[in-house]
Design a protein around this ligand. Structure first.
Ligand code: UD1
Length: 361
């Protein structure tokens, strides 16, 4: 049997920690010849290069440098630049991760060239099509030949959509592979000293969903809630570029919040590990806090990651500031409780995925 040319496509910040353990596993196996393509969807050093450094990832073999744009423009641009790469390299399979525009664009190009598509983190559904990521998930899954699922809800969702069972593999969570691998190293980060907070006694906030930050009133109300929370404990808020732009446009933050730019992976992992509470609208952070045993309030009406609520430390509180504040007070008044990690979030998901690909391709 000849070598397997596997092309991994990444583009945006949450892709990097998912692709890193896959690439390292593919590189370890003699049969795999991995290639890494970066679409350039995220391009600022703090949104991209810092992750490659922290996660000890090889530099991309190809960078498409697409940059930002409307959804249609960005997706189309990625597709146009990716097609010649796939035509030239003729990979045996294309691996895509997560639910960003780069994910769906790569799946579309590969599927139309008849190249098998493997989707890592398949089957998650928020059932909210106003989220661009939900559209990306549905389209990517419907085009995929291998659907690697992180939690049981994914199996149910794909079955309900009629995806043949033999295409679906419950392999666990590759993002947790990365978290467990780098947990010790993150302890060496001095980010707490730099920001001036003490372990176990501060909140961490992240906000970047268009539904929360692109609406002036909603963003102002959330920032007011965070200001109120900062009366009880220091609130550290690493600000995403999208959110930074909106805050400059229409909603300044209260001076008591501890604002930083986007943080590198190891600093952020350290910050979350030692937080008393996390408030977020991110998908991945709901999963990371679950494994770290840190209480998480998700500032959204729904989640595509229900296992983090059913078995983890996550609570959906919506975006009503009073409700979020009340939930935060409840968390701060209750001692945190440790729970076991969800099934197969054990640091070995990438190996299971590589096993399936090696066996089947
Ligand atoms: C994208 C993903 C989202 C993911 C998020 C994580 C889609 C549809 N959305 O959203 O699922 O949760 O990444 O960050 O794929 N910008 C920079 N530097 C960068 C990248 C972006 O300054 O490196 C700014 C640009 O002004 C850009 C804005 O941030 O217009 C938004 O970037 P974009 O890639 O469009 O979407 P995100 O909000 O980052």
């Amino acid at each position: 049997m000849g070598p397997l040319a596997i092309t991994c496509v990444v583009g945006a910040r949450p892709n990097f920690m998912k692709a890193a353990p896959l690439l390292s596993e593919f590189r370890r196996r003699p049969r795999f010849r991995p290639l890494l393509v970066h679409t350039g969807q995220h391009f600022s050093p703090e949104m991209s290069a810092s992750f490659f450094a922290d996660l000890e990832m090889p530099q991309p073999d190809v960078n498409l440098e697409v940059g930002s744009g409307s959804h249609a423009r960005q997706t189309a641009e990625i597709m146009m630049r990716l097609e010649p790469v796939f035509l030239e390299r003729r990979p045996d399979a294309v691996v895509v991760v997560g639910d960003v525009n780069s994910t769906v664009a790569a799946a579309l190009v590969a599927a139309k060239l008849g190249i098998p598509v493997a989707h890592v983190e398949a089957g998650l559904r928020s059932f909210d099509r106003r989220m661009p990521e939900e559209i990306n998930r549905i389209v990517t899954d419907s085009l995929s030949d291998f659907l690697f699922v992180t939690e049981e809800s994914g199996l149910r969702n794909l079955a309900a959509e009629g995806v043949p069972r033999e295409k679906v593999f419950f392999t666990g969570n590759v993002m947790i592979d990365t978290l467990l691998r780098f947990r010790e190293k993150a302890r060496e980060s001095n980010v707490l000293d730099r920001i001036g907070v003490e372990a176990g006694s501060y909140a961490v906030v992240t906000l970047h969903r268009p539904s929360n930050v692109d609406d002036a009133e909603r963003l102002a109300a959330l920032l007011a809630m965070l200001a109120e929370l900062s009366r009880r404990l220091p609130v550290v808020f690493p600000v995403h570029p999208r959110t930074r732009a909106r805050m400059e446009q229409f909603a300044a933050a209260d001076g008591r919040l501890l604002l930083t730019g986007p943080l590198p992976y190891l600093d952020f992992l350290r910050l979350v590990t030692d937080a008393r509470i996390v408030l977020t609208d991110s998908g991945g952070i709901q999963e990371e806090t679950t494994v770290l045993g840190v209480p998480c309030l998700t500032l959204r009406e729904n989640t595509e990651r229900p296992v983090t609520v059913e078995q983890g430390t996550n609570r959906l509180v919506g975006t009503d500031p009073a409700r979020a504040m009340q939930a935060a007070a409840e968390v701060l008044d209750t001692p945190p409780r440790r729970k076991p990690a969800p099934e197969l979030w054990d640091g070995h998901a990438s190996e299971r995925i590589a096993d399936v690909l090696e066996r089947s391709l």
